[in-house]
Design a binder for this molecule. Structure first.
Ligand code: SF4
Length: 362
């Protein structure tokens, strides 16, 4: 059964959205270009991340890697370093791999064919639609998180969006202005990002207010219906800042596969039931690096949320005692000075540890 109503006036919806966009659309750097590479970079950065956070990263990325060929030729560590702080690092690794695939398979030119674009790592249907409509004005729909919310409210969808994906794609396809897909998709993104926001949507200034079924039912804050996710798992982690006699610190590079793959970190691991933080750190360092340490004072405790779990990092200063550090459960280990830490890409939570080490303040 199609859960979406057929009573929408598509023509009026297009007209009202586009005239609002002409008056109130955002001026964004990636809208000033037709370069599919720059647009692709912005689309990937904007997944899971807000515009104001993306802006400086977008500029820096294009300075570091002005073309697809530059990105393809770069070292992965350099790529991760430029991405550092944006999170969801698989996006950076996929951009890098996709650039290499474009050089090998498409002579360095971003492909214009949808199936070719979908063959690239890290590009799904909505990202492909976003890039091809923005760069080449191709009539392809989008359905990112913002668009799902807007369309769910527009139609007063009685299911969580994840249970109605086919119907939402169909609506996004039918709504799309085939004469002006570039502006239409950009307008839809702007509506979700600036007006039909997750909390407190600005219905009084919304160009779709007269069409919006959630508004007429006064259900804007109940829709989209919740996905009924189970609460996030919470892991307690013991983390070691291991110092040697030369005042160097031991860091390790995570394995390529998995969360935060290829990034550097302070070593440590999950605290087992009944284990103290100190015992956990000693055990993890012995298992992961094959060395003995003495666990000293607590440096800091910090919480960090990932998509599917939360962690609390219990960070301690430690003193190296004996053994040769080995990369047993990682790709590489290194002794570095405090000043050298900035040369390596670290995940956000570890960057906070570095700041605390530099300032002496947690
Ligand atoms: S009227 Fe309100 S709920 Fe409906 S689309 Fe506009 S902002 Fe969203």
């Amino acid at each position: 059964m199609n859960p979406l109503p057929s009573s929408l006036n598509l023509k009026a919806l297009r007209r009202d959205l586009l005239s609002w966009y002409r008056a109130s659309g955002r001026t964004l750097p990636w809208r000033q270009t037709q370069d599919p590479y720059a647009i692709w970079v912005s689309e990937i950065m904007l997944q899971q991340t807000q515009v104001k956070t993306v802006m400086p990263y977008y500029e820096r990325w294009l300075q570091a890697f002005p073309t697809i060929a530059d990105l393809a030729a770069a070292d992965q560590q350099q790529v991760l370093k430029v991405w550092q702080g944006l999170g969801y690092y698989a996006r950076a690794r996929n951009l890098h791999r996709a650039a290499q695939a474009i050089v090998q398979e498409f002579k360095g030119e971003f492909p214009v064919n949808l199936s070719d674009v979908l063959s690239l790592p890290g590009i799904g249907r909505t990202t492909a639609g976003g890039i091809l409509s923005a760069a080449f004005n191709q009539p392809l729909p989008i359905l990112d998180g913002n668009v799902k919310r807007v369309l769910a409210r527009l139609t007063a969808l009685t299911l969580p969006p994840s249970k109605a994906l086919n119907a939402l794609w169909q609506l996004s396809t039918e709504l799309l202005d085939s004469q002006n897909p570039h502006d239409f998709n950009q307008a839809l993104m702007d509506l979700g990002a600036t007006v039909c926001t997750p909390k407190n949507p600005s219905c009084p200034i919304c160009p779709w207010q007269s069409h919006c079924q959630a508004f007429h039912l006064n259900q804007q804050t109940q829709i989209p219906m919740s996905e009924n996710r189970s609460p996030l798992a919470h892991k307690q982690i013991g983390v070691a800042v291991i110092w040697n006699q030369e005042r160097q610190i031991l860091i390790d590079r995570r394995r390529q596969e998995g969360l935060l793959g290829g990034l550097w970190e302070f070593p440590g691991g999950k605290i087992e039931p009944g284990e103290t933080v100190e015992d956990c750190i000693k055990r993890e360092i012995r298992e992961e690096l094959g060395i003995e340490i003495a666990v000293g004072d607590r440096l800091m405790t910090l919480d960090h949320a990932y998509t599917h779990f939360r962690v609390t990092l219990n960070v301690h200063h430690c003193q190296y005692l004996s053994g040769e550090p080995q990369a047993i459960e990682c790709d590489e280990v290194r002794w570095v000075t405090l000043a050298e830490l900035d040369q390596f890409p670290f995940p956000a939570a570890n960057v906070q540890i570095i700041e605390a080490l530099k300032t002496g303040q947690p």
